[in-house]
Design a protein around this ligand. Structure first.
Ligand code: FRU
Length: 482
């Protein structure tokens, strides 16, 4: 494989594997000064296949060092998604000397001769900061012969009740279990009948408390990813619920479906465990792809990457607590140079061009859109194949249109416009993180987010902002080369 081909779409500030296939982030945890990222990994091919847990570590969640494979398939099956926790109090008995990491994952045993697949939950532990792992001899620790889709355990310590809680995807629902030692699990409750997005199997749940900005209050937030049902024009997508959790039952505050992201490429997102309370942040990353076309995207030698890490909080908007996401603050230390964009009035049907001098960058723009009906931001490469972001101030919508001009077939969903609603303020803030093959847009201070893969043949060289109807003012702007 030509070096050039391998690196053509290689992200600079997003995790991607040196070679071969990845999907979901797994076992994300902070321990002894390192952020750990494990991931669904097929070490033999650039398409999905027998799953292992790959492993990478980072000091800032932006620059990752890929390490050896952490977990290999065994007689109980392949290693599907799951989580990791630090067992601070040796509840498991695995750590008589000092605390260490425990991975809680799904063993997936494919059915043979027409028999159905078997999914069970298992443990592995590490005494050397995740470098090597021992599988627990009592595996599996949780089984249910009645459930075929029984996977993706996310475990956290529940301090008030002094026990571990697991949230598990179980068909088109999630179930909660509790444990004192991670080995013996008790069923607590089921959530998902008649609520949420029910078009396909539920996967990769996560449950955590988030602060409500501007208050001393907190609320529980439940993430649930929903697989791809080919009958619908949606692809795989993640939604979330905000509500209360009493250690046994989760009760949502709302009935409406709330998408985590309005782009097509944010799936299986879960949060880091064990970020110290002195830091206090809740941060997640997701797989930046979509099951509809993940196996076909045009990278060479490797396939799959993660979103930029995002800090989460809740904000009360019109009486509802809604999710807010922002790129982690570590992005600031990562900036190699910062360019200020001058205040500028762009008259109706005129354009303003901004040079882009890098491959990965953060672009932050605040507009006054009082007198603007529609305007576009076109990221243009040397071959003039733009990615166009269109803002319609009248309908309060942002549309992102990507182009895919490769000869290879890719499912139609890839080329369909991605749409997101924005707030009604006269000031509009758009924050982009642009990398070699992705664009992440945070609008309205992170209340609306759109994540999309892109595959330009050349890096983008300019950003052309055109006011299609009405006068548009750039109030402030900044580009940081990352
Ligand atoms: C989600 C998922 C999980 C499963 C894993 C297999 O993308 O389907 O439910 O554990 O991928 O790779």
């Amino acid at each position: 494989m030509l070096h050039k081909e391998i690196n053509k779409h290689r992200p600079r500030v997003h995790f991607s594997p040196k070679a071969n296939w990845i999907n979901d982030p797994n076992g994300m945890a902070y321990f002894e000064g390192e952020y750990h990222l494990f991931f669904q990994y097929n070490p033999k091919d650039t398409v999905w296949g027998p799953m292992h847990w790959g492993h990478a570590v980072s000091k800032d969640m932006i620059e990752w060092e890929e390490l050896d494979i952490a977990l290999f398939p065994d007689h109980l099956g392949q290693i599907f998604s799951g989580s990791a926790v630090v067992d601070w109090h040796n509840t498991t008995g695995f750590f008589p000397e000092k605390p260490g990491l425990v991975a809680i994952f799904t063993h997936h045993l494919p059915g043979v001769n027409g028999e159905r697949d078997v999914q069970t939950q298992s443990l592995a532990y590490s005494h050397d900061r995740g470098r090597t792992w021992v599988k627990y001899e009592g595996n599996p620790v949780l089984t249910d012969p009645d459930l075929v889709d029984f996977r993706d355990p996310k475990v956290f310590w529940d301090p008030p009740r002094k026990r571990w809680i697991m949230v598990l995807a179980t068909g088109q629902s999630v179930r909660f279990y509790s444990s004192q030692n991670l080995k013996d699990w008790q069923f607590e409750s089921k959530f998902g009948d008649d609520v949420g997005y029910q078009a396909a199997v539920w996967e990769c749940p996560d449950l955590f408390e988030l602060p409500i900005e501007g208050t001393n209050q907190k609320k529980w937030t439940l993430f649930v990813s929903v697989g791809d049902n080919p009958q619908y024009n949606v692809g795989s997508k993640t939604h979330y619920f905000v509500g209360d959790f009493d250690g046994t039952t989760f009760v949502p505050d709302h009935k409406d479906i709330r998408w985590l992201d309005h782009g097509k490429d944010n799936y299986a997102g879960v949060s880091f465990s064990d970020i110290p309370t002195s830091d206090g942040r809740r941060i997640y990353m997701a797989w930046m792809s979509n099951w509809r076309y993940a196996n076909q995207v045009p990278t060479a030698g490797w396939r799959g990457q993660m979103t930029f890490p995002r800090q989460l909080s809740l904000q009360t908007v019109d009486g509802e607590d809604v999710l807010k996401q922002s790129p982690v603050k570590e992005i600031e230390q990562h900036a190699q140079s910062v360019q200020t964009i001058e205040k500028k009035m762009i008259k109706s049907s005129e354009s303003h061009q901004i040079e882009l001098n890098g491959i990965s960058m953060a672009i932050d723009l605040t507009f006054n859109i009082t007198n603007t009906e529609t305007f576009t931001l076109a990221f243009i490469d040397r071959e003039e194949q733009p990615i166009i972001v269109k803002v319609n101030g009248a309908t309060q919508e942002v549309t992102l249109q990507r182009q895919y001009n490769d000869k290879e077939d890719i499912p139609a969903l890839f080329n369909q416009p991605q749409l997101m609603s924005i707030g009604t303020d006269s000031e509009l803030n758009l924050r982009f993180i642009l990398d070699a093959s992705s664009i992440e847009l945070f609008a309205d201070d992170g209340l609306s987010v759109l994540t999309s893969l892109i595959y330009p043949n050349q890096p983008y060289q300019k950003l052309v902002i055109t006011s299609e109807k009405g006068n548009l003012e750039i109030i402030t702007g900044q580009i940081s080369i990352l």
